[in-house]
Design a protein around this ligand. Structure first.
Ligand code: NI
Length: 228
């Protein structure tokens, strides 16, 4: 499932992050620092050094926003979220077709995170750059995505994806992975659809007993499928 989540960050939050990311001493490094065997040969971009204090500080702003976002919680059912990273593509940069590594070591620990979902939170508006399209292959074909600053795309980490070459301007984004309580994409999508339908019913004068029953079905399915 590909899902666009609007307004994860408000315009003022995007602007505040960009002030920090665009300062002259921001610790940008070669993006291959975090790339695996398949990603490294095709990855040409820059990232904020994930060991830098700035990465953790700015990442915390994003994590706080995610915790307050019901659409993200409902769609991802997050078990744990990788500390958000920040990247930029200037003119001539791109990231060729790849699948994200299945398991990542959490920075500064021996804990591992299984990457069920990938997320890209756009920090530049589409009008600021040409190219730089996020292309994701899913069951319905090739999806081409360029969202407004503050909006986020959530997609299966198992999907083949790429970022096309930027030909003008700079594409700034935040990206991270999510280990979900429900690892199977189909089950997670069913729970998401059920939850959205229940939320819609609850906002109407629908039969209360039926709403309670459906809510019970949701939680009992989650109980069956959630991993500790
Ligand atoms: Ni990727």
């Amino acid at each position: 499932m590909l899902l666009q989540i609007p307004n994860v960050l408000a315009a003022a939050q995007v602007a505040a992050l960009r002030v920090r990311l665009e300062t002259a001493d921001a610790p940008w490094v070669d993006g291959r620092a975090t790339a695996g065997h398949t990603g490294a040969p095709v990855k040409f971009n820059q990232q904020i050094d994930e060991r830098a204090a700035m990465a953790r500080e700015l990442g915390d702003v994003v994590l706080a926003a995610l915790e307050r976002n019901p659409l993200f919680i409902s769609a991802a059912l997050p078990q744990r979220v990788y500390p958000p990273l920040f990247n930029r593509y200037g003119a001539g940069m791109q990231f060729g077709a790849h699948v994200d590594g299945a398991v990542r070591l959490l920075p500064g620990s021996s804990d591992k995170l299984r990457t069920d979902l990938s997320a890209t939170l756009f920090l530049a508006d589409p009008g600021e750059y040409d190219g730089g399209e996020l292309q994701v292959e899913d069951a319905y074909g090739l999806q081409r995505v360029k969202l407004a600053a503050g909006d986020m795309l959530l997609y299966p980490a198992s999907s083949l994806h790429r970022v096309t070459e930027v030909t003008r301007g700079t594409r700034l984004a935040c990206f991270f992975w999510v280990q979900s309580m429900v690892r199977d994409d189909t089950r997670r999508a069913l729970l998401f659809d059920l939850d959205r339908a229940i939320q819609r019913l609850l906002s109407t004068a629908a039969d209360q007993a039926a709403c309670i029953s459906l809510t019970g079905v949701y939680h009992n399915l989650l109980r069956q499928w959630a991993e500790p």
